[in-house]
Design a protein around this ligand. Structure first.
Ligand SMILES: C[S@@+](CC[C@H](N)C(=O)[O-])C[C@H]1O[C@@H](n2cnc3c(N)ncnc32)[C@H](O)[C@@H]1O
Length: 338
């Protein structure tokens, strides 16, 4: 197999700096999809003015720098206003050891700022999904703290979903850590299309039965489907690794497309606007493209903005969801040898 790896870009500051001139966005700039569906904003999700201005498309863009394609500036002439979003899927940095760790009070204050910015662009009937980690060596922060902090916000708690990874860590002295946590909240009365969410796992575990008109029925006999519903433990989704088509080299925190598509199918309708303030590899952007939703996504790092945009463009031209064996900057002649 042809293989052109990129190292984890968060651990390669020199490479990140070398890639930035190849990116079309600089901080404050907005990429507007030429096909009119999506926007990618390069900026800080805690900047409520930037979030409001770019997500609601007010005509004034004073203070925003234009985006850059190579060396060519792209002028913004004003963006069309959009309807409020109905779904937020946020996957922020987890405040865990391998990433930047801040004091938990600071981390919660930081979360509060981007949650406030998001609240202002979501409609009254909306769903909010938050991916978070729980550091088992440090009191399960930040998951436990965020759950408590969310009680003070205008959202109803709905579910705590676990996505089961196939690979884990810490097998010698503890239970192997294989879970990723996903909090689900709603406000108002957003859609929830549970019927869309059957897995392909056959319904085969027996032993849970009840009497119906004197007849003992196994659980397998009582539902309409041959497979089980997704529930709040997702064991049927493959963690992304380098041999998968959807793999995006250089990204270190890519969520499986199947998980994001499950959320979008269940909690939005075709044509809805979905927001994601931490784009990284652009999984939500791509999932929205595939499912006929609009995506308005932000990302602090111009290189990840570029990767997200190129991933969408690559899908539109090739039908492929990532770069198995290759990477987003190959067309620029960027080549890294192991
Ligand atoms: C966990 S990753 C998101 C992964 C993404 N769900 C995917 O599937 O690729 C978090 C991303 O948030 C970005 N980020 C960190 N702080 C940010 C901020 N204040 N505003 C916007 N993006 C930020 C990081 O650069 C990183 O790319």
């Amino acid at each position: 197999m042809h293989r052109a790896p990129l190292p984890r870009l968060d651990g390669a500051p020199d490479l990140l700096a070398a890639l930035r001139p190849l990116c079309r966005l600089c901080p404050g700039a907005v990429w507007e999809d030429p096909e009119g569906r999506h926007r990618v904003v390069c900026g800080d999700a805690t900047d409520s003015v930037l979030v409001h201005r770019t997500f609601f498309g007010e005509q004034s863009h004073a203070g925003l720098q234009p985006g850059v394609t190579g060396t060519e500036a792209v002028q913004h002439t004003g963006l069309e206003p959009l309807a409020a979003a109905s779904l937020a899927i946020h996957d922020p940095p987890y405040n865990m050891a391998v990433f930047e760790v801040r004091d938990i009070t600071d981390y919660l204050a930081w979360c509060g700022r981007w949650l406030d910015a998001g609240d202002a662009v979501l409609g009254p009937d909306a769903s909010l999904y938050l991916w978070l980690g729980a550091d088992q060596k440090h009191g399960f922060q930040p998951l436990a703290d965020v759950i408590l902090a969310m009680r003070a916000r205008n959202w109803n708690s709905r579910s705590l979903i676990t996505l089961r990874n196939q690979r884990g860590y810490g097998t010698q002295k503890n239970w192997m850590a294989v879970r990723q946590e996903l909090l689900y909240y709603t406000r108002g009365e957003p859609v929830f299309c549970v019927d869309a969410e059957y897995t392909d796992i056959p319904k085969k575990v027996k032993g849970y039965y009840k009497q119906v008109r004197g007849e003992r029925l196994e659980n397998t006999a009582r539902g309409h489907a041959d497979t089980i519903r997704a529930g709040n433990v997702w064991t049927d989704i493959q963690q992304v690794f380098y041999r998968m088509e959807e793999n995006v080299e250089g990204c270190y925190a890519q969520k499986p497309l199947a998980a994001i598509e499950r959320i979008i199918r269940a909690s939005s309708s075709p044509g809805d606007t979905v927001i994601d303030f931490f784009a990284h590899s652009g999984t939500t952007l791509l999932a929205c493209e595939r499912l006929g939703r609009r995506c308005y996504t932000m990302e602090l790092e111009p290189v990840y903005c570029e990767i997200a945009i190129r991933r969408l463009e690559h899908f539109r031209t090739s039908g492929k969801t990532g770069w198995q064996g290759g990477h987003a900057f190959e067309r620029d002649g960027v080549s890294i040898v192991d």
